[in-house]
Structure formats: C-alpha cells, structure tokens
Design a protein around this ligand. Structure first.
Ligand code: MLC
Ligand code: AMP
Length: 506
C-alpha cells in the first residue's frame, strides 16, 4: 500500500510550483517547497532519535510547518500524536505518560512549561505559528531525506486521544491503511481533485481538519487556503476564489448570521461539507435559501474516520448523514441483544471497514469491549436506516456533549468537580446552545453546610481542564434527580434547564 506521505510525495512531484498553502498576507508555499520542508523535517526527526513506531507528540499552533511535521513523521515511520492547543499541563501529563513519546514539539511560548520534561528518552523541541522555533531552525539546516520507511497498511500512523465514558482518555490508534483508504473514498465521493481550492479553517489536531481536509488536499494536489482560525467574514470574502469548505455545524450557524452570505458571494463555490456534530435541519434549509447550495452532511468519528456521507449527485437530506462510504459497512443493532434491528427501527450504529481503527493504545480490554466478535465497532451513536437507505443519527447512547465540534465527556468534568472542596456531587449535561450546538453545563450539589461560590469553582477548574471543557454555566441544586436504581436522570435535568442558553450570543 501507499501511505499518505508517499501519495503526497508523488503528487508534489507532479504539482511542483502549484501552491499547496495559500495564506492571507503571507507568501504561498508550493507543493515542491512543501515536499522539501517535509524531507528536511524527516532528517531532523531521525537526528532526534525518532525510530519507526516512536510517538511524536505535537501541541502547536496551526501552520504549514506543523503539517510538514505530520507528513515527516509518517515518512520516518513514526506515530503522529496531535494535541489540542487548549489542553492544560495537567492534561498533557496524562497523554505523555500514557503514550511515552520520543519527541514532544510545543509552541516556543510554552517551552518554559515543558523543558523540564526532556530526558534521555524524550526530546523537547519547539515550533511556532510563524514557522519559527528550534525544530524549524534545525530543519532549515538539514539535508532533505528522500526515502520513506516502508509501512504496511496495519502499521500505526497516528494516535488521537478521545475521552471516554470512564473519564480517562483513550488513545485511538489509526493505521496507515485507515488514513489512506478513507482519503481515497472521500476524494471519490466528493469529486475532490487538483482543481479544488479548499478553504481550511478547522484546527489540525482532530481528524476533521487533519485526516479529512489536509489528507484530501495533499493527496489530490488541491490548494488549501490555510486560515489559522474561523472568521465568518474572512471566509465569505475568500469564497470567490474557493471551491470547497469543510466545517463543523457552528461554522454554518455563524455564516448564516452574516448578511454577506449571498448567492453572489458563494457563486464560485461547488461544495460545502458539514460534520463532527449534528447540523440543524433549519440551518441546512436556511443555507440553501440564502446561497442556493445544499450542504453535504457526513458522519465520522475519531476511531473510524469518515463513516457515511450524503451523496454528491443525489439528494442531500437535512437530518440524514447518507450512506456508508465505499467499502464501509454500517448496521443498526439492538442495544441489549446486539442483533440487527428491522429496517427503520432505532438502535446502535455499528461500523466495519478499512477505516476502522486498530484499537486503543495500551487498552486491550477497552478495545475488546467496543468491538463485536464479527469485527463491527460499536460507535455509541443511536441511529436508524430507513427504506431510502439513508442513515439518520437520532441520539447518543454514550454520555457525550459536543460543543462547537469538540467532544466533552461529562464523566471527566464531573470527576474534577466532585473532587473540589464543598462539592457533594455533580452532573454535567449538554443543553441546546444557539452557537455551539450544545453548551456544557454543570449541575452541582453542595455538601451539607458548604457555601459554594460559582466563581471560586470556575477558578478551580481553570488549569485543570481545557477551556472548551469548562462549563459555560454552573447551576447549584439541592439534589440530583435519580431513578429507582439510583442513577442520575440526565434527561430530566436536560428538560428542566432546556432554555438556559436561549438568546445566548455567538
Ligand atoms: C472555543 N471555545 C469554546 C469552543 N471553541 N468553548 C466551547 N466549545 C468550543 N468548541 C471557547 C474558548 O476557549 C474561549 O473561551 C472562547 O470560546 C472564544 O474562543 P475562540 O478561539 O475565539 O473561539 P472560536 O474561534 O469562536 O471557536 C469556535 C469554533 C472552534 C467553533 C470555530 O471551536 C472550532 O474550530 N471548532 C471545530 C472543532 C473540530 O474541528 N472538531 C472536529 C473533531 S473531529 P474564553 O472563556 O477564554 O473566552 C470529529 C469527528 C468528525 O468530531 O466526524 O469530524
Ligand atoms: P469524535 O470522537 O470527536 O471523533 O466525535 C465523534 C462523534 O461526533 C460521533 O460519535 C457522533 O456522535 C458525532 N458526529 C460526527 N458527525 C456527526 C454528524 N454529522 N451528525 C451527528 N453527530 C455527528
């Protein structure tokens, strides 16, 4: 098989001077230049002792150099481990302890916090948003390395941490076969090729921004308009020279709010893709009314890459995520028996195919618990496949909140809250939020006699939890609603507080 790096190297030879990265106010970087940068980085990784199978942990701002580091890691047979820039030191301690990387690359401004982590087995280097930092300095002096370490489809290419219902993050191990097969399927489904100009405004530490968007561009020869963050007006202004936008639903909610989103402004675009969280059917319709474009919604997950997509040529149905990608099988099963349910009934969404990950890093029991004996992975999402063949996601069996496309596992937040002085117990829920889809919300019960203050609680969370995980609102309560078994009834809490964010601004 050919890895994403090998496919990129081939494409770069063909594309040569064509821009791979375009950035407002900065010089473009061509495929040929990007290839040399990747090859120099590969040499540096070798110098730093990164051998095949070694983990390379990366917590850096978005930049073309960060993408070069990703591709170079694949080239030398390393395992790329991207980390959300919002993670705090306490969160990082866990990832580093669990994944035992050979190299940690951080932002130059964070070196003070991480330099002490360096040891005989862990090198620490820096890479800044402007392509600065010690890693970039080394790369500038390095000779390009052309050969790539041959990899099999089952060799690990990346580890992405995803929190779990137990509160402990699990490292999903994705193979070279997972990444390459998913990119190939998506290029075909979305008719994506070298003529495309992808407006890239997603972060690059998740599969959406990295393994969907970047992989498709570097393999196909498309140009990326590479933006460091989402800004609705900037993106609308760039659409006359773009062809595709990939985003989370919050992107579309915000774009619709702008009076500048018009048919004329989007006239040059050919495709708008949404995923990572449910797109409101009303946003789907509003977007079509305003622009004439029908958003193409697709469904994916860290452990599986992309699973299903609405069709390019056929009906793109609001509230549906389409059919399994080529080679990917999707079925709906009964929660209790694990048997397939009759057509149109709701059950667990299970998936099998070359896109499905290998397992959780160092967690064989957790891996086994999430696979059926016939190889299907249990997503934890609830859905139904109707007679029209379209998959619709109707809810989640897992206790998960998705805020602006970021996953927040309530258990992790509850554990931190429950450990705070004066807290008896807590329940974290997601409530409808006009901008983020769901707003992380904590309902907290004080210990008898304790005088809890929300601001003190808030201060105690910062430093322990990434900002996006911290509850937007905390509510004090005398008790949590429980069923006869003693289980907290989160559905009840969601009902009681359903209107909390009504009118909340973006
Ligand atoms: C930022 N903040 C958030 C947040 N994003 N809070 C909750 N949820 C979020 N998603 C907080 C910041 O900490 C900050 O807090 C304040 O909001 C403003 O920060 P910002 O940086 O200005 O936010 P903004 O740029 O507006 O970011 C919003 C966003 C961004 C929606 C553009 O979150 C985003 O790019 N999301 C995409 C996530 C993604 O790529 N998901 C894919 C996962 S892969 P304060 O308090 O400091 O002001 C996956 C599989 C699949 O799910 O199928 O794709
Ligand atoms: P993550 O673990 O960050 O990869 O998030 C994966 C989860 O995002 C899935 O299990 C779904 O719950 C959710 N998700 C992704 N795409 C969609 C979509 N189009 N509609 C609804 N939920 C989605």
């Amino acid at each position: 098989m050919q890895t994403i790096h090998e496919l990129f190297a081939q494409t770069a030879e063909l594309m040569q001077g064509k821009p791979l990265f375009e950035r407002p106010g900065k010089p473009a970087i061509s495929f040929a230049e990007a290839l040399v940068l990747v090859e120099r980085m590969a040499t540096v990784l070798g110098e730093l002792g990164v051998a095949p199978g070694d983990r390379v942990a990366v917590q850096v701002e978005k930049s073309p150099e960060a993408i070069a580091l990703y591709l170079a890691t694949l080239q030398v047979g390393g395992i790329y481990l991207p980390l959300n820039t919002a993670y705090t030191g306490a969160e990082l301690d866990y990832f580093i302890g669990d994944a035992t990387p050979r190299l940690l690359v951080c932002d130059p401004a964070q070196l003070g916090a991480h330099a002490a982590r360096a040891s005989a087995t862990l090198a620490v280097e820096t890479l800044g948003a402007n392509g600065d930092g010690s890693l970039a300095d080394r790369a500038a002096k390095a000779m390009p390395r052309e050969d790539s370490v041959p990899r099999d489809k089952d060799d690990p290419a990346a580890i992405l941490y995803t929190s779990g219902t137990t509160g402990r993050s699990k490292g999903a191990v994705l193979t070279h076969g997972n990444l390459a097969s998913n990119a190939e399927a998506l290029l075909d489904c979305w008719r994506f090729d070298a003529n495309d100009r992808l407006i890239h405004a997603l972060p690059i530490f998740h599969i959406h921004g990295l393994f969907v968007a970047v992989n498709m561009a570097v393999v196909s020869g498309a140009t990326m308009v590479f933006l460091t963050k989402f800004d609705a007006e900037e993106i609308i202004g760039l659409m006359d020279r773009g062809s595709v936008l990939m985003g989370v639903p919050t992107f579309y909610t915000r774009l619709i709010k702008s009076p500048n989103l018009t048919r004329e402004a989007t006239g040059n675009m050919r495709l708008f893709v949404s995923g990572s969280a449910p797109l409101l059917a009303e946003d789907h319709r509003a977007f079509e009314e305003r622009t004439g474009h029908i958003i193409l919604e697709r469904y994916g997950m860290t452990e599986t890459g992309m699973i299903a997509s609405n069709p390019y040529d056929d009906a793109r149905i609001p509230g549906a995520v389409g059919m399994g990608l080529p080679g990917v099988s999707v079925r709906i099963t009964d929660r209790k028996t694990g048997e397939a349910v009759p057509e149109g009934e709701i059950g667990l969404i299970e998936v099998k195919g070359p896109n499905v990950f290998q397992g959780y890093w160092n967690m064989p029991e957790k891996t086994a618990a999430e696979f059926r004996t016939d190889g299907y992975f249990i997503t934890g999402d609830l859905g139904t496949i109707a007679a029209d063949g379209y998959l619709r996601i109707v809810g989640r069996d897992k206790d998960l909140v998705i805020s602006g496309g970021y996953n927040v596992y309530p258990k992790e937040i509850e554990e931190v809250l429950d450990a705070l002085p004066g807290v008896l117990e807590s329940a974290v829920i997601g409530l409808p939020h006009p901008d983020l889809g769901e707003g992380v919300t904590a309902v907290i019960v004080p210990k008898p006699g304790a005088n809890l203050d929300i601001e003190t609680l808030r201060a105690a969370l910062s430093g322990q939890l990434a900002r996006f995980k911290q509850p937007k609102q905390m509510i004090l309560a005398d008790a949590l609603p429980r069923n006869v078994m003693g289980k907290v009834q989160k559905a009840e809490l969601r009902k009681t507080h359903a209107a909390l964010y009504q009118g909340a601004a973006a």
